[in-house]
Design a protein around this ligand. Structure first.
Ligand code: UD1
Ligand code: UDP
Length: 382
């Protein structure tokens, strides 16, 4: 039997974390040949994920530049993918989520008339500039893709409302599959700053922040709020692995550098990040992935954005949209630090984003699409 050759294309940290379990799941099945094309949109942060999941790229476009622009990422990827697609001749190209790698990878596949499967499809804010450029990237890939792997029923409903062409599967998010291998009660941190933390005597707040639409004033306001929060709560320790983007680093170190009980550290590998979240008191972030992971670990999340394409955990009560104004962020943080009832109301584990079997459903969906299985995978949450 001829195997289905699936080429997964990814290039940033979150895509790699969420594609790693799928690439491995497909590789373990006799019906598939599973290969990877890395764009290298991120370098160090991508390589860190590959190391943890023991993955390697069959192709690597290595496109990252310092302070890269959206046009540079998109054009380098499209040009680089030409040769890769001609050499690899995949039957299906998988892309993930909403980055510039995702969009350019899908467009390249389309130019070569290779079908595209979109993992983590159908999330929407309906605001074209927030998140920017991710909302538009994800929407455009929805038009290109033939297979849509929507994490939740609400995501699938969005695609149906847009009359998207192709097969829609409700799979859960592959990040929940990834967490089954990363989160361990006996985990020992390798980062000395994390090992030195007192998770029982202190309240550890895990922070990340990197979104392009937060560059400038919003990011300054966020950092100011965190500074104020830590200075007014002597038992709070902030751990903030700072994204490698120079724009972010200038802002974070400029406002939070040298502030007592604020630990600004380099990005940590995904195992350390997941276990940090599992042990912390509260998460403050503008990240997409953290909004999915923290609720599964029972940790309240304040989202440092004006809107979110992930409303499920907001509805479940574990995530609050804090916005990007200093006073409102502080008000919500103070409430979680000072009012035990407010904290208890948010700190419960919910898994609206998956049950750990998203990769199996995606593999089954591909087999069904290619006529190799008579059985469509059952929807997540059905
Ligand atoms: C990208 C994605 C965003 C995703 C985020 C995850 C786009 C447009 N944005 O944003 O959707 O949420 O990744 O983190 O696709 N850098 C390094 N080393 C690294 C990674 C980044 O030095 O390993 C620096 C480089 O100077 C680079 C800059 O960070 O130019 C920005 O990286 P880029 O991928 O353009 O944007 P992100 O903010 O990371
Ligand atoms: N993450 C990590 N190390 C860090 C910060 C985040 O491994 O220092 C992980 C995090 O657990 C999540 C993913 O990176 O799985 C989120 O990536 P990011 O916030 O960069 O992107 P987004 O999800 O917003 O697209």
């Amino acid at each position: 039997m001829k195997k289905i050759k699936v080429m997964s294309v990814f290039g940033t940290r979150p895509e790699a974390i969420k594609m790693a379990p799928l690439v491995k799941n497909l590789a373990a099945r006799p019906e598939f040949e599973s290969i990877c094309c890395l764009t290298g949109q991120h370098r160090q942060m991508l390589d860190s994920v590959l190391e943890i999941f023991r993955l390697k790229g069959d192709y690597d476009l290595n496109i990252m530049k310092d302070r890269q622009t959206l046009s540079s990422i998109t054009s380098s990827t499209i040009l680089g993918m030409d040769g890769v697609i001609q050499a690899a001749k995949p039957d299906l190209i998988l892309v993930h989520g909403d980055t510039s790698t995702t969009f350019a990878g899908a467009l390249s596949a389309f130019y070569h008339q290779i079908p595209v499967g979109h993992v983590e499809a159908g999330l929407r804010t309906w605001d074209r500039y927030s998140p920017f450029p991710e909302e538009m990237n994800r929407t455009l890939v929805g038009d290109i893709a033939e297979l849509h792997f929507a994490p939740t029923r609400a995501n699938a409903d969005n695609l149906e409302r847009e009359a998207i062409r192709g097969d829609i599967f409700i799979t859960g998010n592959t990040v929940i599959d990834a967490m089954a291998t990363t989160v361990r009660p006996d985990f020992v941190f390798t980062d000395p700053a994390l090992n030195a933390l007192d998770f029982t005597g202190k309240r550890v707040v895990a922070v990340t922040c990197h979104r392009r639409e937060n560059y400038g004033k919003p990011m300054q306001q966020i950092m100011e709020a965190i500074r104020q929060m830590v200075l007014t709560h002597p038992d709070v320790e902030v751990v903030y692995p700072v994204h490698l983007s120079p724009v972010v680093r200038e802002c974070a170190f400029g406002i939070l550098g040298g502030v007592e009980r604020v630990h600004l550290i380099d990005p940590i590998d995904v195992e350390q990040m997941h276990n940090l979240m599992a042990r912390c008191y509260l998460v403050m972030t503008d990240s997409g992935g953290l909004q999915e992971e923290a609720p599964a670990l029972g940790k309240p999340v304040l989202v440092l954005r004006r809107e979110t394409e992930r409303p499920e955990a907001v509805r479940a009560g574990t995530v609050k949209l804090a916005g990007v104004e200093k006073e409102e962020i502080l008000r919500l943080a103070n409430s979680l630090l000072e009012d035990p009832a407010a904290y208890a109301a948010m700190a419960h584990a919910v898994n609206p984003y998956g049950d750990g079997h998203a990769c199996d459903r995606i593999a089954q969906g591909i087999l069904w699409h290619f006529g190799l299985s008579g059985e469509r995978p059952a929807d997540f949450g059905a």
